[in-house]
Each structure stands twice: as C-alpha cells, then as structure tokens.
Design a binder for this molecule. Structure first.
Ligand SMILES: Cc1cc2nc3c(=O)[nH]c(=O)nc-3n(C[C@H](O)[C@H](O)[C@H](O)COP(=O)(O)OP(=O)(O)OC[C@H]3O[C@@H](n4cnc5c(N)ncnc54)[C@H](O)[C@@H]3O)c2cc1C
Length: 508
C-alpha cells in the first residue's frame, strides 16, 4: 500500500513520532508513547487468535474496513433492522486504531460539533432507535442538564463519547477487531464459471503479522488521509492538524518556559481552532496563521443552504451530469471547505482587536493572521530545530498580488491542509480488472455506493464491495460528513442484505 502523506512526517517531531492520523501509536518500529487523549486502553478485542488463524469457513457475511462513524452507522442500521426471525449475519469491523477514537488529534478544549445532534447515527432514519444521541444522554443521566444547555451543537468531546458508547455495543458483541490495518482485498472463492463469490481481505496486526479474512460483502469506510504540502514534507517540527492534540501536549511538556514561535497553515475550521488553541495555551508564544485568502471566511449553515446536506438530495446530485455536479460542488464548497464557524471568527477578531488596543502596529502583535500568502518553500533552520518558511503573495488572488517574498521562522509548524480520500483505491487495486466498462481513474460506484464490477466476473448476489466517504464527486458534499450517515447506513444495509432489512425494530 502506498504510504500516506503523513507517513513522510510521522517522525517529524523529535520524540513524538510513531503517530497515525488519529493520534494512535504505531508499532512498526517507531517509538511508541502513551496516548494523550485521556482515554485509557479499554481492553476490547485486539488482534484475536481467532483472526490470526485465517479464513475459517464459511466466509463472513459482511466485513467493514474502518470503524469510524460511517461503519458505526451501518452497524446500527443492521442492528435496528435485521428481522428477528433470521439468524444474525456474521459481521466484522476491522479498525486500525487500538480503540475507538474519533478525530482524537483535534479533540481541543471547547471544540463544538458543526452539526445538529439530531443528525446522529440513528435519528433521521429511526428516531426510536436505541442508538440516538438523546437516548445516550438519557442513559448517562444527563438528559435534563443537556436540555438546559439549550444547544443543538454539543461539544466534540461529548459527541465522541456518544460514538464510543455506540461502538461499545458492537465491541461487546465481538464484532470489532481493533489494531488491524487492512492493506488489500482480492478475489477469494470462485464459482464454476470463475465468478468471484467472496473476497479475501488482508490486514496487518499490531505485531506486523499479516492476517486474512474471507467475506462475501465488504464495505470500505476508511475516511481521509492527511495531506501535507509537498514543500513541507520530510522536515522536522512539522505536523498535520490530525496530530495536533497528541503532539502539542508533548511540546508543552518538553518546552516548558521557552517562549515559542508557531506557524499554522490553512484557512479552515481546523486551522482557526489550532490558531486559537495555541494563542491560549501558550500565553507567551508568537502564533502566526498563514492563509491564502484576503480574510478568514464564515461557514454557511443557514437553513436553505443546509438543505444540500439532506439525505434526499443525494438522488438529485447522483443523477446530474458530471459537469452539473462539478458546478454545484464548486458553488457549495463554502459550506464545508476553507471556512470557519462564525462564533470562532468573532472570538478571534476580538482577540486581535485587544492587541490593537494595546498597540496599533500589527508587526508587534503576538498573534497575527498573515493574509494572501502561500508557502513557496521550507527548510530546517540552521540555528535551531525550527523551520524557515518562505512565503509569497497568492497570485490566484488577483485583487492583491503585491508583496515580494518574505521568510518567517517558527519552532513548530502545523498544517491544517485537509485530507485526501483515495485510500480505497489502494485497498481494491487488485480488483481493478474486474470493473465494468473502460478502465478509468475513478472507481465506478453506483447510487447505492456499490463498486460496479463486471457481472461476468463477480456474482453480485454473492459478493460485492461498497465504498463510503470517498464519493463526494458523485454523491455530493454530504458524502464525507456526518449529515446523512443514519439514512445512508440504512441504504447500505438494504443494498447489502436486501429489502427485508428495512422495517425499524422497536427501540430496546
Ligand atoms: C476535526 C474534525 C471535526 C469534524 N467535525 C465534523 C462535524 O462536526 N460534523 C460533520 O458532519 N463532519 C465533521 N467532520 C467530518 C468527518 O469526516 C466526519 O465527522 C466523520 O469522521 C466521517 O466518518 P468516516 O467513518 O467516514 O471516517 P473516519 O471518521 O475518518 O473513520 C475512518 C476509520 O477508518 C480507520 N481506518 C483507516 N484506514 C484503515 C485501514 N486501512 N484499515 C482499518 N481501518 C482503517 C480509521 O482509523 C478511522 O477510525 C469532522 C472532521 C474532522 C477532521
């Protein structure tokens, strides 16, 4: 499997290496350190002996790669809908982290959800499900306190706890195998005509052993891989936002008392949150936020615009021509990419204003936003372990192309430069010659998220592969988000197991 962007920088921080995007320690020879997100190892299934003894008969009915919210929503929909009379399908979730975590690297104090709790993993599909957010707060004994909060946007911390509470149910059922990084998938069993009837999925466990499992149906829901700009890769003291929480705690411990210089690159929510966090966490530090545009911009979550995230919009988007879809995506990008929630913008503006109150000269400010700049090059500082960033005016912004090159030095650089969602292509690369139609760069995916394999090569009654979270170009902006997971989980269950899995069971 090709290395992810972050692999080039996992050892970037001296003494804080060995971390994957979710802040979970790797065991591939890199230094392993304590998790810093406050959650102890919970002793749930990891690397069970049963798994190491690969491919027992018969194959699993369903294997989901990744156990993030998308897979969890499928688990819940399956739990809620499988007919009581039918034997429970054999399902396994393989997750590379050693325990359930949701964006652990960005669990920052005060961080709020950017979506209503009503769009949890169950409510929009079945408000009577056991797995609604409201049932979670009720079961925790906090329902009245939560109501008193008067918010639709719980903290990210509480939402992760809700997700972990849901995950716990399936862990106890023995459906989850943590510490398993899936590397690939190939044809498993074949019928008399040579058609695939199952897949063989290969994963690497925490000790580096290869493990295989056979499954008839496979869902790949592996989220995004962190992207670091090319010119910053391979340098020390540079990390992606997805590693922020784990690395910053260690920097704090190691650099105590030293006035530090930080640079944050990016103009979206994560960049703004990190800029804010560093400014508060290090009262003596200089913090610079480097953004491409003329200003930070607010995310648009007003009610009419928000309708683009409704589950029933997916049909409309999928049925558009590629160019119509591309236009619509470009128009609506401001709802999700390179934008910041208004409350945080107002908070940051006030912080900068207070500096202005003390001194009009921006160049003296401790916390600054450097606008309309892109990073042209970067190098390790010869005098320290820090980084020298060479900035130039953003030529794309025709309104302001003035200003030559400038250099800034930082002890640590955080890049909040997004994710790419192409890991599925590596995982299924060995099945490419089974695709329908002419070979294209993009994996062909139906409205039901199923990879379109040639019927003459794959028995679609018996075997199939479904993709989650990597279909924005065909299924719209909600594809990478939480917005439609409840409904989409139900759609997946119907597509995988058939129409009889559609009537919600009563809440239990
Ligand atoms: C900081 C942050 C905050 C966000 N907040 C919101 C929000 O408020 N609202 C919203 O709608 N969206 C939000 N998002 C968008 C986010 O993509 C979704 O919230 C959600 O995480 C998508 O779920 P997922 O399961 O598709 O992907 P992920 O959550 O990324 O889960 C994928 C899982 O697959 C595992 N995995 C990856 N590769 C492998 C492999 N090879 N083998 C086995 N396991 C693997 C990963 O460890 C991970 O657990 C946020 C994103 C970030 C980064």
């Amino acid at each position: 499997m090709a290395p992810s962007a972050i692999d080039n920088v996992v050892d970037a921080f001296h003494g804080v290496n060995g971390y994957h995007s979710n802040g979970v320690a790797l065991t591939n020879g890199l230094q392993e350190i304590t998790l810093t997100n406050g959650h102890s190892m919970n002793g749930h299934t990891t690397n069970s002996d049963a798994l190491l003894n690969s491919s027992p008969d018969p194959p699993l009915d369903l294997l989901c790669v990744g156990f993030g919210p998308a897979s969890l929503a499928i688990a819940i929909a399956l739990h809620d809908t499988y007919p009581a009379s039918a034997p429970a399908p054999k399902v396994l979730f393989m997750e590379k982290q050693r325990q359930f975590n949701w964006h652990a690297g960005m669990q920052l104090p005060g961080a709020k959800m950017q979506i209503s709790f009503l769009k949890d993993l169950a409510t929009p599909r079945n408000p009577r499900s056991h797995f609604t957010f409201l049932n979670y707060v009720f079961q925790q004994g906090r329902l009245n306190h939560f109501i008193n909060l008067g918010t639709f946007l719980p903290s990210r911390l509480e939402y992760e706890d809700y997700l972990r509470w849901c995950a716990g149910h399936f862990e106890r059922e023995g459906n989850v195998s943590y510490g398993m990084e899936v590397e690939g998938l190939r044809v498993g069993d074949q019928d008399h005509d040579g058609k695939a009837t199952s897949w063989e999925v290969t994963a690497r466990d925490q000790s580096g052993n290869l493990v295989t499992r056979r499954a008839r149906k496979v869902v790949i829901a592996v989220g995004g891989r962190p992207v670091i700009p090319q010119c910053l890769r391979g340098l020390r003291h540079i990390a992606h936002s997805s590693q922020f929480s784990s690395t910053i705690t260690q920097i704090q411990a190691r650099e105590e008392g030293r006035p530090l210089k930080f640079a944050v690159i990016g103009s979206g929510q994560s960049a703004a949150e990190i800029f804010n966090d560093l400014s508060e966490r290090f009262p003596d530090a200089q913090v610079k936020l480097i953004i491409k545009g003329r200003s930070l911009r607010p995310s648009d979550d007003s009610p009419f615009v928000n309708e683009i995230f409704d589950p029933d919009r997916v049909d409309e988007i999928y049925n558009q021509t590629p160019s119509e879809r591309a236009d619509a995506l470009a128009l609506d990008r401001g709802t999700n990419y390179g934008v910041v929630r208004l409350e945080l913008l107002e908070h940051l503006y006030e912080r900068l204003y207070m500096q202005r109150l003390r001194n009009q000269d921006e160049s003296t400010w401790r916390c600054r936003i450097i606008t309309n700049r892109v990073v042209l090059a970067a190098s390790q500082s010869p005098s320290s372990n820090g980084v020298i960033l060479k900035l130039v005016a953003n030529r794309e912004n025709k309104a302001d192309v003035n200003g030559g090159e400038e250099e800034i030095e930082a002890d640590y650089v955080f890049t909040a430069t997004g994710y790419e969602r192409n890991a599925h292509a590596d995982i299924i690369s060995e099945t490419r010659d089974l695709f329908t139609g002419e070979a294209t760069k993009r994996v062909p995916v139906g409205r039901d998220y199923r990879v379109m394999y040639d019927e003459a090569k794959v028995d679609e009654q018996q075997a199939g592969v479904w993709l989650q979270g990597c279909n924005e170009a065909t299924h719209g902006l909600s594809d990478t988000l939480l917005s439609i997971l409840a409904v989409r989980g139900g759609e997946l269950v119907q597509s995988i197991f058939g129409g009889s899995y559609s009537n919600p069971k009563q809440a239990s």
